[in-house]
Design a protein around this ligand. Structure first.
Ligand SMILES: O=P(O)(O)OC[C@H]1O[C@H](O)[C@H](O)[C@@H](O)[C@@H]1O
Length: 408
């Protein structure tokens, strides 16, 4: 139990990342008592399990009244990210707006013509519960996704709305795939997202293969997640995505780096960053920090540890195929991605590049999420931090929720 009066209680770990910890399997597992590594390695299994669970639920009533005016995906944190994923999979030509709603309830305009997808891993976030309630009250079509036996399930039952139960075995942020697949099933039932069984299977296979490459026993030389984590150690990471799909992955990495490794991160779309935030490369953590570096020094041996530097992680999409019907031609995205690498290079800001692979949107997204998910855990573990227990999150909840007697 965290003592709310002493803000740093429960916080331990080392300020400087210790590379040797990442080759010490026993210590790593000891620092991960909640099993975040195991939960993250289950991504492929989550995809298969959720697909089987979602297939058992009759979602036909969602499409009964025809195409909705809008779809609102309501949920917070990881649950909220599933809305961005649905919108990415539905693609730029989706005829219906798909809107993520990350605060309690639903937007004021939601009514009988709309569909609300309420998502909560625990099945009890006030945001998703209020959304499900509001959807029911306003006569919107509702589907709820989350922990079986939860308040959310009870609410869905009362509203006579379909509920897809996703067993909760880990914190929400390690259940991304378990939550995502049912949201995509709902999108498919509405005729808005293409989701072939083969794409689901291929995505699960890719997640399994990446989990294998990133396994705890594989050392930093062959483990892409450990290598990425060590590159980021001690830096201020900037994570930019070259396309809408790559930006979803970039934001996900921002979330996991913050919650698991407790690093401050700037994450977003490269197109937008290019109009403002790219200026960071010239600043005190970027070009200015780099000009003081000894250019003959071994780049991997940073003598000047006191200087905090930016580290750019660029997620490149590359485009699925030339007839991709996105509004922005792939060539424009590619040129912008090349440009940012040149800018970083000119200033001595180091840059990691991850390029999407795979045949479907879902698989390509998975290819950009899997390794960074593990990297966020390894970065936590290199600092001796338990990636699951985040005292600040519990403390925040304690301080901001009313006590049993109603006094805050
Ligand atoms: O998915 P839910 O159970 O509704 O949780 C939503 C969010 O709640 C908490 O704030 C957790 O710290 C987040 O990691 C989580 O994503």
């Amino acid at each position: 139990m965290v003592d709310p009066l002493t803000g740093s209680s429960g916080v331990n770990g080392h300020r400087i990342a210790d590379e040797s910890l990442l080759n010490d399997e026993k210590t790593m597992l000891g620092n991960d008592p909640g099993g975040m590594l195991r939960a993250t390695a289950s991504a492929g299994a989550q995809v298969r399990e959720s697909a089987a669970l979602a297939a058992e639920v009759d979602l036909s009533m969602l499409a009964d009244e025809g195409r909705p005016r809008a779809v609102v995906v309501a949920g917070i944190g990881t649950a909220g990210l599933t809305g961005s994923i649905l919108s990415t999979v539905a693609g730029p030509r989706c005829p219906v707006p798909i809107i993520g709603h990350r605060s309690a309830g639903v937007p004021g305009w939601v009514g009988a013509a709309d569909v609300v997808i309420a998502v909560s891993a625990s099945g009890r976030s006030p945001e998703a519960l209020a959304a499900a309630e509001a959807a029911h009250r306003r006569g919107a079509r509702l589907v709820a996704i989350g922990n079986p036996g939860s308040e959310l399930e009870a609410l869905a039952e009362r509203a006579r709305a379909p509920f897809i139960g996703v067993p909760r075995r880990a914190p929400a942020r390690a259940t991304l795939w378990g939550l995502t697949i049912p949201v995509l099933f709902a999108g498919r039932a509405l005729g808005l997202a293409k989701l072939a069984e083969a794409d689901i299977a291929e995505t699960a296979i890719r997640l399994d293969a990446d989990a294998e490459r990133c396994r705890v026993g594989a050392d930093s030389f062959v483990n892409p997640a450990k290598a990425l984590a060590l590159g980021l150690a001690g830096s201020v990471p900037i994570v930019w995505g070259s396309s809408p799909l790559a930006t979803v992955a970039a934001r996900r990495f921002g979330d996991t780096l913050a919650a698991n490794a407790r690093y401050p991160v700037m994450a977003g779309a490269l197109g937008e960053a290019g109009r403002g935030r790219v200026g960071l490369l010239d600043g005190v953590f970027g070009g200015l920090a780099e000009t003081s570096r000894d250019i003959f020094a071994d780049p991997d041996e940073d003598a000047d540890e006191a200087t905090t530097r930016l580290r750019l992680v660029l997620f490149r999409d590359g485009g699925l195929n030339p007839e991709d019907d996105a509004d922005e031609p792939v060539a424009v995205e590619e040129r912008r991605a090349d440009a940012i690498q040149t800018l970083a290079d000119r200033r001595g800001v180091r840059c990691d590049v991850l390029t999407a692979e795979g045949g479907s949107t879902l698989e390509r997204l998975a290819s950009l999420v899997a390794v960074p998910d593990f990297a966020s855990l390894y970065l936590a573990l290199a600092h001796g931090l338990d990636p699951m227990a985040v005292p600040a999150i519990s403390e925040m909840k304690e301080l901001s929720n009313p006590g049993p007697d109603g006094i805050q």
